[in-house]
Design a protein around this ligand. Structure first.
Ligand code: GTP
Ligand code: MG
Length: 229
């Protein structure tokens, strides 16, 4: 019989389906929960920073550049699949070392310029370290996807240690988010024979949406001219 082995320590899913939970499996589960909690804390740290910036801008500039903030921590299954796909060890330690997108924060802004405003403000904070940026607004993906992505690290203060945690930040407009949400759903269902024409259509929608984002930004600029000092 093929029973799960609990002797190899800290496999993410060891013990979860077993009625007899070994010491090793308990350690593995505890280690995973601690990891999950760490990433949850990191998303809260980053989300709070964005909320603080948004609130501060409300008082200083009488406007809220951020429409919505969403956070997520990757599910165990999704972490497991990504580690497996990339040929990494299936442990909590390996996930922490090799994956930079376990914690995710998505910031949805009203206008195009707000993306860079809020991004610069976050990256200038002294406890944030920028690891990598992908500007899919200046360089959209071939399918039309647009957003500004950063991988950053943020310190998380725990009871006995300070941990440096990676967070993936996606900043986009409401319009870019609308497109990305629908594209994600549509792309799942694309059958081969219709792929090219539908994919071209989805891309054309992204371009129209980008044009609308620019027109909205221009309208905003006309209605709110920069004030003279
Ligand atoms: P991953 O292994 O997918 O994380 O690739 P990566 O590390 O190169 O990251 P990338 O910047 O390409 O994408 C990270 C995330 O951005 C994804 O998990 C999605 O949330 C979002 N994303 C990237 N490309 C697309 C896209 O074409 N469509 C949609 N809807 N979302 C995308
Ligand atoms: Mg990812």
């Amino acid at each position: 019989m093929n029973t799960p082995s609990y002797t190899k320590t800290s496999y993410l899913f060891d013990g979860i389906t077993s009625s007899v939970v070994s010491e090793e499996a308990m350690r593995s589960i505890r280690s995973f929960i601690a990891t999950e909690n760490l990433y949850l804390s990191a998303t809260r740290e980053i989300a709070t920073k964005f909320e603080n910036l948004n609130n501060d801008l409300k008082y200083s500039s009488e406007r809220n550049p951020i429409h919505q903030i969403q956070t997520r921590v990757k599910t165990p299954m999704s972490i497991f699949k990504k580690l497996e796909r990339r040929g990494f060890e299936l442990t909590s330690e390996s996930a922490r070392k090799n994956l930079t997108d376990i914690a995710g924060v998505r910031v949805i802004c009203s206008y195009l310029n707000d993306i860079y405003l809020i991004s610069d403000m976050l990256l200038s904070q002294t406890d944030i370290t920028l690891v990598r940026t992908s500007d899919y607004i200046k360089n959209p993906k071939p399918n039309g996807y647009r957003s500004l992505h950063h991988i950053v690290t943020v310190p998380v203060f725990l009871s006995k240690s300070v941990e440096t945690v990676h967070v993936e930040i996606q900043i986009r407009t409401i319009a870019m988010d609308f497109w990305a949400t629908l594209e994600h759903q549509l792309s799942y269902k694309l059958a081969d024979r219709e792929t090219m024409s539908i994919a071209n259509n989805i891309k054309a929608c992204a371009e129209e949406i980008a044009d609308i984002d620019m027109r909205m930004q221009n309208l905003y600029n006309i209605i709110n001219p920069p004030s003279n000092p």
